[in-house]
Design a protein around this ligand. Structure first.
Ligand code: PGA
Length: 250
């Protein structure tokens, strides 16, 4: 029932020119892969060039962040209505934004609401640190992040959201979480809390990605877990091997 969804998070990589050149190289092959939704999330200044390069394909475009306010005195931020003409998705609350840019749960919630109001699908990120994991705090922390992010949304809105569970120790380290561990946390700390807040039907509809050192060689194993509906891919989304990764997911 849930269409798998692979999103590439390019982080602070590729200029607009490099982004368009890369996509021109891979887009036809990527576009031909069936049975999976695909998106790339470039740096904001490359978004228009990426949207143009991908026009006429089914490959979606996502922003990496938006402001939690509609407009005004927020130096350095981008409003939802500025990215919405080019994008279908927006990553919200990535652990790097939480760690380096002070994004807190209440902002994540505001950003999710404003994204939905502008027709953007939020990819809401959550995930615990190694210390929290070892201290046995994963369930409380991750379910707390999810509940805070979704507070005040309708069940219908939540069903349309994407959640990305990314254990911080696994991001960019090559130390991906085991399928059993990631799938178990996604079930217990993401899907079950959503069921408690919004009902079973909503929890069964929402797509939950795993993220953290996903590669061509391990994506199929993640996809085999019944609770994992795709991946948010960082480093492996920057190279032509992303096509094979998506093909392996499908
Ligand atoms: P990674 O990043 O695939 O490079 O580990 C994932 C992410 O941060 O979304």
């Amino acid at each position: 029932m849930r269409t798998p969804f692979i999103a590439g998070n390019w982080k602070m990589n590729k200029t607009a020119v490099e982004a368009a050149a890369f996509l021109n190289e891979i887009k036809d092959e990527l576009n031909a892969i069936e049975g999976v939704d695909i998106a790339v999330c470039p740096p904001s200044i490359a978004i228009p060039a990426v949207a143009e390069a991908l026009s006429g394909t089914k490959i979606g475009v996502g922003a990496q962040n938006i402001c939690g306010a509609e407009s005004g005195a927020y130096t350095g931020e981008l409003a939802a209505n500025m990215v919405a003409p080019f994008c279908q998705y927006v990553i919200i609350g990535h652990s790097e934004r939480r760690a380096y840019f002070g994004v807190v749960d209440s902002w994540v919630n505001a950003k999710a609401k404003i994204a939905l109001a502008h027709g953007l699908t939020p990819i809401i990120c959550c995930g615990e640190s190694l210390e929290q994991n070892e201290a046995g705090e994963t369930q409380a922390f991750v379910s707390g992040q999810v509940k805070a992010a979704l507070d005040g949304l309708t069940a219908e809105q939540v069903a349309s959201c994407v959640i990305a569970y990314e254990p911080i120790r696994a991001i960019g380290t090559g130390k991906s979480a085991s399928v059993e561990q990631a799938g178990g946390i996604i079930h217990d700390s993401v899907r079950v809390p959503i069921a408690e807040m919004f009902g079973d039907e909503t929890a069964q509809a929402v797509r939950i990605q795993y993220g953290g050192s996903v590669k061509e060689g391990n994506i199929a194993a993640y996809m085999s877990h019944p609770d994992i509906d795709g991946a948010l891919v960082g480093g492996a989304a920057l190279k032509a091997g992303f096509v094979q990764l998506v093909a392996n997911a499908a």
